[in-house]
Design a protein around this ligand. Structure first.
Ligand SMILES: [Fe+2]
Ligand SMILES: [Fe+2]
Length: 261
């Protein structure tokens, strides 16, 4: 099977790119399933009911989240109305939503787990390593192939989880930094890994945000108003090929497109 995983969809720019390009990309790469991180999909922070619906309509099969999951509070009340929308599995007990998902589409079965890191991340979270063990043991009874979106800041934490899960899952893809890393590879026991898939949104801002506001914040230390950047847009993704029988990854291809909008 082929999985197309899209890095953090950022604001309207990210959604406009999906609306205009996703079908063309699907013809080019002919994937079976499309998954995207959507923690920044509404105005650059969080996700709403309407935005989630919109993205699913573009042909995305599952959405993952991260530290901005609850930036738009309405999602707390409606996250469970979307079968394909998950938040980090290692959020504390009692937090709305779920962190694990089984996609079953046209005979293709894929387990998806969303986790959040604990290094340089502010939110309370259980251990991502032990949570991964727990979630994978459940999914392994239902499918051979599992993809983990590890939403984390530190490259070391992401690399450590990938090696920890090597051979237990088909892929570990990092999200959150909005900067695509050039280290995609298949680990020794068959797990595809990239430290960060990158971002799908404004390519001329500072990780998506209007440049002048962020620069001014660094220079003066004063709080800045958050506004998505304009200008051109980018789509960052990976195409992962998995052997259906063994669940091992055989290829990971990094994709970075720029679009004049
Ligand atoms: Fe993000
Ligand atoms: Fe994030």
């Amino acid at each position: 099977m082929k999985i197309f995983f899209i890095g953090d969809i950022f604001g309207k720019t990210g959604r406009v790119i999906l609306a205009g390009e996703l079908e063309k990309l699907k013809r080019a790469y002919s994937w079976d399933l499309c998954i995207a991180n959507a923690e920044n999909s509404a105005g650059g922070k969080g996700i709403t009911y309407d935005v989630a619906r919109e993205i699913f309509e573009y042909g995305v099969d599952a959405l993952t989240l991260g530290n901005h999951a609850w930036a738009r509070k309405e999602i707390l009340d409606c996250i469970d109305s979307f079968d394909g929308l998950i938040r980090p599995a290692n959020y504390p007990e009692g937090v709305p939503g779920k962190g694990r998902l089984l996609i079953d589409k046209n005979g293709i079965r894929l387990g998806v787990v969303n986790l959040i890191g604990r290094v340089y991340m502010e939110q309370p979270a259980e251990c991502p390593f032990l949570t991964a063990d727990r979630e994978i043991s459940v999914l392994k009874q239902q499918c051979n192939a599992i993809l983990v979106d590890f939403h984390a800041e530190a490259t070391s934490e992401k690399t450590a989880l990938a090696y920890y899960l090597d051979g237990k899952v088909s892929a570990v893809v990092g999200t959150h930094t909005h900067v695509q890393t050039a280290d995609e590879r298949i680990l020794k026991n068959g797990t595809a890994f990239i430290t960060d898939v990158g971002m799908t949104g404004p390519s001329e801002g500072i990780i998506g945000v209007e440049r002048s506001q962020i620069i001014n914040r660094f220079v003066t230390g004063l709080p800045a108003r958050f506004k998505p950047a304009g200008g051109r847009g980018c789509l960052n993704a990976v195409l992962i090929t998995i052997d259906d029988l063994s669940g091992k990854a055989t290829n990971i291809k990094r994709i970075a497109e720029i679009y004049d909008l």
